[in-house]
Design a protein around this ligand. Structure first.
Ligand code: NAD
Length: 330
């Protein structure tokens, strides 16, 4: 059995080698994204694993060519499979799989970390100290047990966020279109997004991106938040209307933000643009704001998450190639 993995980073190699040795399967890697012009590399392989931000491209015949080349599956070692034309892949006869829950803790711990940074005013202290100003005035912190944390989207990641904040002593409230009874010991559901925004000292977003969650946080939503509240987005950029967020921060409608995802991130994140003038005016403005923390979509980027993405995806390929079924078929 031979498997080819695309878009492999150096930090994935050790997990791939360990899996290949343990399972006695040949796994070869490359750094390329999977597109019609790089897909010929799969010739001679039984299985393929991809991971990319850009769409595969091509039309329905491309997926038919993959089947003609002997592939039966297309596995993405990510949660999202929006890079793949699912109807075309399925119609061609490919089984598409993803890794829906490689480590909810990876992103949940990011949200907790950013909350801690914001409520302790660490960005503002860093800025003062860098200018040799060691004063405390105006930057008293609030303790976590004095705060109400509002989670919008209490699914796998949001539910883990709720457990972590509950453990730290915060009051946790949540708004979700679906209620999970197993979370009720650690959170209180509210009936609307608006109720959550009015009550929360920290709003943290963990919805999946869909028609109902795009622009979920717009100018009207931001106006409902307390003026000393923070917002955290480690879900998907388009969940917040960035222009509205920039305006709300400038007007002092909210106290600060931590963004691990932002509209337009694909042109910047995980790339080095040192020395360039940033072309995205809204991201450039966010970067100038001392009460905004911008990180380049690193919520998932932990030891256990990366290992799970590699192992779960490769296990699924073997299962499918051996004629079995996986619960991760999309
Ligand atoms: P999930 O499907 O388990 O949970 C999403 C929850 O959001 C569900 O409970 C759903 O009912 C709820 N929801 C959807 N639309 C809603 C709406 N309009 N209003 C209220 N609730 C709504 O997903 P998950 O695995 O917990 O992932 C959550 C998000 O985290 C996704 O957007 C994913 O893309 C993102 N993510 C980010 C990173 C990162 O590195 N920052 C890594 C992994 C996942």
């Amino acid at each position: 059995m031979k498997i080819l993995m695309y878009s492999v980073r150096d930090d994935e190699e050790s997990a791939i080698k360990a899996w290949a040795t343990k399972n006695k399967v040949q796994v070869d890697t490359n750094e390329l994204e999977f597109h019609p012009d790089t897909a010929q590399l799969v010739n001679g392989y039984d299985g393929v694993v991809i991971q990319q931000r850009s769409a595969i491209g091509g039309d329905a015949t491309f997926y038919q060519q993959l089947v003609a080349a002997g592939l039966t599956q297309l596995t993405s070692r990510t949660a999202g499979v929006d890079t793949i034309d699912l109807p075309a892949a399925k119609a061609a006869g490919l089984t598409v799989t993803n890794v829906p829950a490689y480590s909810p803790n990876s992103v949940a711990e990011m949200a907790v970390t950013q909350t801690m940074r914001l409520i302790r005013n660490l960005e503002l202290f860093d800025s003062r100290v860098s200018q040799q100003n060691f004063q405390w005035a105006g930057l008293q912190a609030r303790e976590i047990r004095s705060l109400t944390v509002g989670i919008i989207g209490a699914g796998r990641i949001g539910g883990t966020v709720a457990k972590l904040f509950h453990g730290l002593g915060a009051k946790v409230i949540a708004y979700d279109v679906v209620r999970h009874a197993d979370l009720e010991p650690v959170l209180t559901y509210v009936d609307s997004k608006e109720a959550l925004l009015r009550q929360a000292d920290v709003v943290t977003l963990h919805v999946d991106l869909n028609a109902t969650s795009e622009a979920l946080i717009d100018a009207a939503a931001l106006k409902l938040m307390k003026s000393d509240a923070f917002i955290i987005n480690a879900s998907r950029g388009p969940v917040i209307v960035t222009a509205a967020l920039v305006a709300a921060l400038k007007a002092g409608e909210i106290a600060g933000a931590a963004l691990d995802t932002v509209e337009g991130e694909a042109a910047l994140f995980n790339q080095n643009h040192q020395g360039e003038v940033l072309q995205d005016p809204l991201i450039a403005q966010l970067m100038q704001m001392p009460n905004v923390i911008l990180t380049p979509h690193i919520g998932f980027y932990t030891n256990l998450a990366v290992q799970n993405m590699v192992e779960i995806s490769l296990n699924d390929v073997v299962t499918i190639l051996n004629g079995g079924q996986t619960e991760h078929a999309c």
